[in-house]
Design a protein around this ligand. Structure first.
Ligand code: ARG
Length: 470
């Protein structure tokens, strides 16, 4: 980002927009400390959109002339072009994106530029810009989540029948479909989308018109501005409009949850990829090697997702802390909302994009998954359920199966490898039909209800999910 000390103004007038009442200029250090143009220039497009809508309303209400409006529109268009082409000179002494644009507008079109700020304050201006920025970001993020959900569905579809050990306490628990496991993350992301869409409703309210804090004495038309900018409504209280950043906090909470979900998936990918598990392999482009250990292929991307989740959680706490002790209405503290908010959006978008790509490059070692499920007596519950269905109370069945597992362990065999007479030592109720449920596939198939891991159910879940995405 280039910030110049050069002046945009041909008059060379570097006086501040507000310096009329001051006897001495601020020091260099204070200027740097208080300026936000280094980071808020990314709001420029939204600042221009807000100014255009404001000026159009001022003209419609007879507060500025049609000629002034035409000049403002032409000047802002030119400024937009200059910014897009990198020609615009950002000046630190003009503090922020708002004053930089306004000052340059005045340089370009004269007095009409000075009239733009009628019935407006930077306080309602910046709140509007941030809301417009965040609304657009939320729309982008929802799109990226959906892309990742599609990648999850494609992978899940390939692995509806792939058996893996389901874990509790990271101990082998029951056999499940790998596709079913992946669909759990689809559900999490689906709730994340719902949360964002709900959050967007509160983001999408217009603060402009609140002016500094109390409103304005001009006969403004806030509804018209809201309509022009695509807001669903207006902030109903002027003090609240300029001072609260709860919408940004709420967004950061949504983002922290999304990252938390991705972090959990990352943790699993890291485990699955470790040679001790050996369940999956990631495409090389998501991994790095070690400069000392030639055999290593490290899952850097999922590890960084896990790590960056810490940063995103930190941004949420930063914004909550920023807000907690501010008296009404606007305080300069709020300028500090931008760093955490922008970084949250950037990190989240990068993470979602990389994840969608990474999922397409996952190779699954079905044999390794199967072997791991076999090692953990994953069908013990199925044996207990079988005995219960034959009339044995569940607690007694549990005990009988515990004995059977001990026996099998001693013999070094899986439950399904025990002979009928061996199994009957633990309960006379066992018959030949036990083998249909003791296999991994039999166990999986038997969990046949909505939300269960039976392949027919997983297929149905994927179908429902695809419908939700279309
Ligand atoms: N750069 C400021 C911010 O981000 C704009 C609002 C400044 N308002 C003021 N009264 N100093 O919050």
């Amino acid at each position: 980002m280039a910030i110049s000390k050069k002046k945009n103004s041909p008059t060379g007038n570097s006086r501040k927009a507000w310096s009329g009442r001051f006897n001495e200029p601020v020091s260099e250090l204070v200027q740097r400390y208080t300026a936000s143009v280094g980071f808020d220039q990314r709001l420029a497009e939204f600042d221009i959109q807000g100014s255009l809508a404001h000026a159009q309303m001022l003209s419609a209400a007879g507060i500025i002339s049609a000629e002034d409006l035409a000049a403002i529109e032409q000047g802002l268009d030119q400024i937009r072009d200059e910014i897009l082409s990198g020609k615009f000179v950002w000046l630190l002494e003009l503090e922020d994106v708002h004053l930089n644009i306004e000052k340059h507008l005045t340089t370009l079109i004269g007095d009409a530029g000075k009239r733009l700020h009628t019935a407006r304050s930077r306080n309602d201006q910046v709140a509007t810009d941030v809301r417009l920025y965040l609304r657009a970001s939320i729309d982008d993020i929802v799109g990226f989540i959906k892309a990742m959900q599609r990648a999850l569905l494609d992978l899940a579809e390939k692995h509806v029948e792939t058996v893996m050990p389901g874990f509790t306490h990271l101990q082998v628990a029951q056999p499940i479909s790998f596709g079913h496991h992946l669909m759990a993350y689809f559900e999490m992301l689906q709730r994340d989308v719902e949360r964002l869409i709900d959050c967007r409703k509160r983001v999408n309210k217009l603060p402009l018109g609140a002016a500094a804090l109390a409103g304005t004495s001009y006969p403004i038309n806030r509804k018209l501005v809201a309509q022009k900018l695509g807001f669903d409504g207006i902030c109903e209280n002027s003090l609240d409009a300029v001072s609260d950043r709860d919408f940004a906090i709420e967004f950061c909470a949504c983002a922290a949850l999304i990252m938390t979900h991705l972090s959990r998936l990352s943790e699993e990918i890291i485990l699955w990829m470790s040679p001790s598990f050996g369940f999956i392999d990631l495409a090389d482009r998501f991994c790095t090697g070690s400069s000392i250990m030639p055999q290593k292929k490290n899952p850097d991307v999922p590890e960084l997702v896990r790590g960056k989740t810490g940063r995103i959680n930190g941004h949420l706490v930063a914004l909550l802390t920023l807000m907690k002790a501010q008296p009404l209405a606007y305080n300069k503290d709020n300028q500090e909302d931008k760093g955490p908010l922008f970084d949250t959006v950037d990190t989240l978008i990068d993470t979602l994009r990389i994840y969608a790509d990474m999922l397409t490059g996952i190779r699954v070692d079905q044999e390794a998954m199967r072997a791991a499920a076999m090692r953990g007596y994953a069908t013990a519950t199925d044996l207990a359920d079988y005995l219960t269905k034959k009339g044995l109370p569940f607690r007694d069945a549990h005990e009988a199966v515990a004995q059977a597992v001990r026996f099998a362990e001693k013999k070094g065999r899986d439950l399904s490898a025990l002979t009928l007479p061996e199994l009957r030592q633990f309960s006379q109720r066992v018959n030949q039909d036990i083998y249909a449920v003791l296999t991994l596939e039999g166990s999986m198939k038997s969990r046949n209800h909505t939300g269960g891991t039976a392949p027919v159910q997983v297929r149905a879940a994927i179908k429902r999910a695809r419908k939700k995405l279309s």
